[in-house]
Design a protein. Structure first.
Length: 200
């Protein structure tokens, strides 16, 4: 998993509440267990017209925000089914941070397992950041200092992340990475168990 330390980018805004995981990555794209390739279908029903052409009104299709690495969204982002494909699709597209007033619990936890930072801020701060995003501002997310700052302004917002989850993101550790930190202990345990219980 890629570490997350500091991110500087423009931000795309999605001022919708209750964006569910089927809107993030529709069910017809869940046949794969590969994490790559899902980005092209991110927000499929919002990004594309029935003809298959890009919807020019959708934020991520606009030239100023096509390369956004930050998404600012409404409350209860990631609700609905618990599909892990949702953070996979966001990360594969290039989104590394989603800022919202609240997230669905399972989606929130899945983000940390996939190198994506779900950042909760009060509604008034999210509204202010959305306005800045519309004005093409550049944002910096500093996970070490736990600060969101807006370039060319004095706006700085502090946020709090669970210390363990923050450590995992900073170090790029998912469950497998955490387990691999104890490879020597695991090997020692297996050798000891084999010696003590050879009949198993």
């Amino acid at each position: 998993m890629r570490p997350f330390t500091q991110l500087t980018s423009v931000a795309a805004s999605l001022p919708m509440v209750n964006v569910d995981t089927d809107a993030i990555i529709p069910k017809q794209f869940l046949k794969t267990i590969r994490r790559s390739g899902l980005g092209r279908n991110l927000f499929y029903d919002l990004r594309y017209l029935p003809s298959g052409d890009e919807n020019p009104d959708f934020a991520l299709n606009k030239p100023d925000w096509k390369d956004a690495r930050i998404l600012i969204a409404g409350a209860n982002f990631g609700c609905g089914s618990s599909r892990e494909h949702a953070p996979w699709a966001l990360e594969d597209y290039g989104i590394r941070c989603v800022i919202a007033p609240s997230f669905a619990d399972i989606f929130y936890n899945n983000c940390f397992k996939n190198g994506l930072l779900p950042l909760v801020l009060p509604q008034e701060q999210v509204d202010s950041l959305m306005a800045r995003a519309q004005a093409k501002a550049v944002f910096t997310i500093d996970l070490e200092q736990q600060i969101v700052s807006v370039a060319a302004s004095n706006e700085r917002y502090a946020f709090t992340i669970d210390p363990f989850l923050r450590h995992c993101l900073l170090e790029g550790l998912d469950e497998i990475g955490l387990t691999e930190q104890h490879v020597d202990d695991i090997a020692a345990f297996e050798q000891r168990r084999e010696a003590e219980r050879a009949w198993l």
